[in-house]
Design a binder for this molecule. Structure first.
Ligand SMILES: CC(C)(COP(=O)(O)OP(=O)(O)OC[C@H]1O[C@@H](n2cnc3c(N)ncnc32)[C@H](O)[C@@H]1OP(=O)(O)O)[C@@H](O)C(=O)NCCC(=O)NCCS
Length: 153
């Protein structure tokens, strides 16, 4: 498994990974209507390409297969953070997060923060993030519980 920077050619795999993970992993904690709103079928590849390119996006790659990806913004915000449905709880997320933390330190960032799903909260807790608040956000007409979490690094 290697952690490297996102390349344009990764986009389709990332989009598929995102869709599959939301529908097959996050469905544990959210309703069908919520996951449909979170990851709709009419995903726009161009928009994803722009978004993935506009942030520091890192991918975990295992012999051509993308096992996970995570995004860091220059203010310390961790945006998208997803592992492949078939690579859950195998240490992939930890490798990506360690890479993001190290990159953040290089950039002089002293606090990283995210809005963790119910599903991802135990993962971030195990990496010493603390919950700042539980919140409700709206996306495509659906309301979602998530957790504002942060970690001083
Ligand atoms: C959150 C996520 C990225 C974590 O990646 P991962 O590769 O499965 O995590 P790791 O294997 O590196 O786990 C590291 C630690 O977190 C813990 N952990 C991960 N998921 C957990 C869960 N659902 N419940 C309890 N602990 C969990 C592991 O036990 C491990 O702890 P340990 O080191 O003390 O043993 C992954 O579960 C995922 O893709 N979730 C769905 C997408 C999602 O909700 N993303 C966040 C969007 S806001």
């Amino acid at each position: 498994m290697k952690i490297r920077k996102y390349e344009i050619a990764d986009t389709e795999q990332i989009v598929q990974l995102f869709y599959d993970t939301v529908h097959q992993v996050n469905i544990r904690d959210y309703t069908k209507a919520q996951v449909d709103a979170w990851a709709p079928t009419d995903i726009n590849i161009e928009i994803w390409m722009k978004s993935l390119s506009s942030k520091l996006t890192f991918v975990a790659e295992d012999d051509g297969i993308i096992a996970g990806f995570g995004q860091l913004e220059t203010n310390g915000h961790i945006d998208c953070f997803y592992c492949h449905k078939d690579f859950q709880i195998k240490g992939v997320g930890t490798q990506i997060l360690e890479h993001i933390e190290s990159k953040a330190k290089d950039l002089g960032i002293n606090k990283i923060f995210t809005e963790a799903s119910i599903t991802a909260k135990p993962f971030f807790e195990s990496h010493k993030f603390i919950v700042i608040k539980k919140q409700e956000v709206e996306r495509r007409g659906q309301k979602f519980i998530n957790f504002a979490m942060e970690k001083n690094i």
